[in-house]
Design a protein around this ligand. Sequence first.
Ligand code: GAL
Length: 673
Amino acid sequence: MPETSPRGLARLAFGGDYNPEQWPETVWQDDVRLMREAGVTMVSVGIFSWALLEPAPGEYDFGWLDRVLGLLHENGIRVDLGTPTVVPPVWFYRDHPEALPVTAEGVRHEFGSRGAICHSNADYRAAAANITTRLAERYADHPALAMWHVHNEYGVPVSACYCDSCAAHFRRWLATTYGTVDVVNAAWGTAFWGQRYASFEDVNPPRATPTVGNPGQALDYKRFADATMRENFCAERDILHRLAPGVPVTTNFMTALSQCDSVDYWAWGREVDIVTNDHYLITDGRRTHVNLAMAADLTRSVGAGAPWILLEHSTSGINWQPRNPAKAPGQMARNSLAHVARGSEGAMFFQWRQSRRGAEKFHSAMVPHGGTDTRVWREVVELGASLDSLAALRGTRTEADVAVLWDWHSWWAQNLAWRPSEDADARERADAFYEALYDRHLTVDFAHPETDLSAYPLVVAPALYLMTEAAADNLRAYVENGGTLVVSYFSGIVDEHDAVHEGACPGALRDVLGLTVEEFSPLLQGESVRLTGPDGCGLGGDVWTEFVVPRGAETVWTYVDGLAAGHPAVTRHRLGEGAAWYVSTRLGQEGLDALLARAAQDAGIAPRADLPRDVEVVRRSGGTGSYLFAINHTAVDAKVPLETSGTELLTGERAAGRLAVPAGAVRVVRLDG
Ligand code: GAL
């Protein structure tokens, strides 16, 4: 059995992507000296090094990597060793130009960046297996090796290829999945617009068409592309497992990045030995620490709650957004430790030393262009010391209060063309509900809708347009057995093939919610509606309304105006021992808070009025005890009540009663007892 934490790493992971090949060897000595000064415990090496390791077909140069690994080992630094299969060398493409991916419009990408890969291509697969084998044979027993880092961020920058070899592979995938082409015809509803297929040979990827193509085909192509990338990951993983038994294998995820919507991380989480994630602050005007918390919670959840590792984040600004602000003083530590609070066994960065050349030279790093007489470096050294003092919490698990349902397949389906409104954005609702739960100081586990939910008093489904019968049965049983469920609009509409469930909407959830929806009535941009009810006066909705007809549910809030005036906007249905809430419009944060307050009351979750907004409090517990993280994202000092006394690990001070958390600071208390 492979291990599930980095081999030989007795501390939290602290370090980053280390790209020594970008620097003369004289710099390497300085690198390891500074790594020791900062308390670096692990670095990721060789992720983009294929062209250096195999400069010509079948010719290898491992000398430089031997020297790097040796130097790191001598200095007590563990290595997360990359398989460089995200960037095949130029000679590979010269010999196999058809391995370059093709867009839906038929344009073939060129060499000269990274990630230009057709994952169905047999020559790519063979070459990737070969370099992986060579690396594993050479380094399996290397004393510095802590874990393997396969590829880099599957799914970006190319999420699917539409070439002829993908077409052939897609047909094989369809034959395996469906058996006969008639089953495909039925699943995709090809009777519509005369799209019927007589044989698998006629089926192609969903390439550019004059107008909207078949949604079932498009949805299945997402599944196929995801499965194809996973085949390649598993092939490399199996080689590594065979040649380096026990050494854990990972690939770095990007769980909460909306641009990376092509990977079903529930499935990937089952294939890796350790879940790892990359997270960067998206500066679109929203509270970045909320998105960070969400990413960390989602990462922990796809690994079934087990400890995971933050493999990349940034010390300061990144360089791939239109505008890339620097991090404020102290923000890096708040970011890093928030990931640790939510289950990460460390904090690693892209990258160790800031590049002078190439596409990422304006991306921050642990060692900036300005060297060590810089704020970033001083904060890096400080963070290293902080992480060192937290080593005891390794293996503990983050405690969650509620579950939020999340399903990439539903998201893929909802994002297909020609829906009632393009403003009904699944990801937007997930973010909004998460933010409302965060502001109520509730820690979230994400859950697949078909998994056991009985541990959670409250389950929220912000957007589950696609819902299987199994998921609907699961939610019904959850409520009947005493759970409280909150469902937002346009959920439970279609099955796994994007076919509308039979009967009135929402077909999968009618009986759970105790209502039917006669019509969707999306609003135009800028339009909004007012709601009334016990505490709903003054609240409003936008984007979406519906003609809801209660069939057992009680009306809580009602539409005052708009086409749905007089219809229920928010309902509550008692079912068995539990209750199911439904909201049929897009509520803002105030409305979501009012809704969640009532649902939390049903669920028996007490409000946390004792905690200020943006003071994040999260607990990890397990073998070595219970740890309370308090992260003050505000500019004013705060106090956090402690249930028991304890020792604050970053300052070494005793803590009891009300813990002082200075503006912008982090405190981690190991609770007594
Ligand atoms: C990640 C990637 C790194 C680096 C980083 C910059 O997505 O894995 O190699 O490009 O972004 O933010």
